[in-house]
Design a protein around this ligand. Structure first.
Ligand code: NAD
Length: 174
């Protein structure tokens, strides 16, 4: 059986890793869709799809998850929610089970007849992309919220300086 997890992963954090581990206890392979692949360089979506793929690949290797157990597929958003599941199906290997905590994602897959499970949240107060980005912006410690190799990727791509620069841009435009 193959499972599917969709996430913006802005950035990949320990909650994502926890949910992937849990899914892999139930299915042989997981398809990880990096959503909103067209978005980057905004405060809400600072990282490109390629950077998010790199974060995931390294975090999964760091946690001993072999590449034979997952597919990472970036997918751009589309205008029509009612066609989105078909859009995902076109770009991914076949899957039977969808895992998501996002009510819109759950609804769209349920309407197409998929088995949908809401995985329990792991330390959601701090394990969220919003919290990681907030801490980066305010200069608070964020590194413990993400896998170690994600810290390295964010440093390699100069992510902290990018987010701070974007904050100045958004203030100047408001
Ligand atoms: P996200 O990165 O916030 O979360 C992804 C999943 O990770 C969650 O559903 C949850 O199951 C898990 N997760 C997150 N934090 C966790 C924690 N602390 N502990 C355990 N699990 C945790 O991403 P999201 O916002 O759900 O992403 C949905 C994507 O689907 C977006 O890119 C959105 O644009 C896309 N989408 C697109 C369309 C369209 O194009 N029409 C329609 C619906 C959704």
């Amino acid at each position: 059986m193959r499972g599917l997890l969709v996430g913006r992963m802005q950035p990949v954090h320990k909650g994502h890793l926890q949910v992937i581990r849990r899914i892999l206890k139930e299915v042989e392979e997981v398809i990880i869709v990096v959503g909103s692949a067209q978005l980057s360089h905004t405060l809400k979506d600072p990282f490109t799809a390629g950077e998010r793929v790199m974060m995931l690949t390294k975090a999964l290797a760091e946690n001993g998850i072999p590449p034979s157990r997952y597919y990472i597929i970036p997918v751009q958003d589309i205008e029509c929610n009612s066609l989105w599941v078909a859009h995902i199906e076109m770009l991914t290997p076949p899957f039977e089970h969808v895992y998501s905590g996002n009510p819109l994602v759950q609804r769209l897959f349920i309407e197409k007849g998929y088995l949908v499970t809401e995985p329990p949240l792991f330390n959601r107060k701090v394990c969220s992309g919003t919290e990681v980005r907030r801490r980066i912006l305010t200069g608070e410690k964020w590194e413990k919220l993400v896998p170690e190799l994600v810290v390295e990727v964010i440093n390699e791509i100069d992510g902290i300086s990018r987010i701070n620069h974007l904050a100045k841009k958004e203030v100047s435009e408001s």
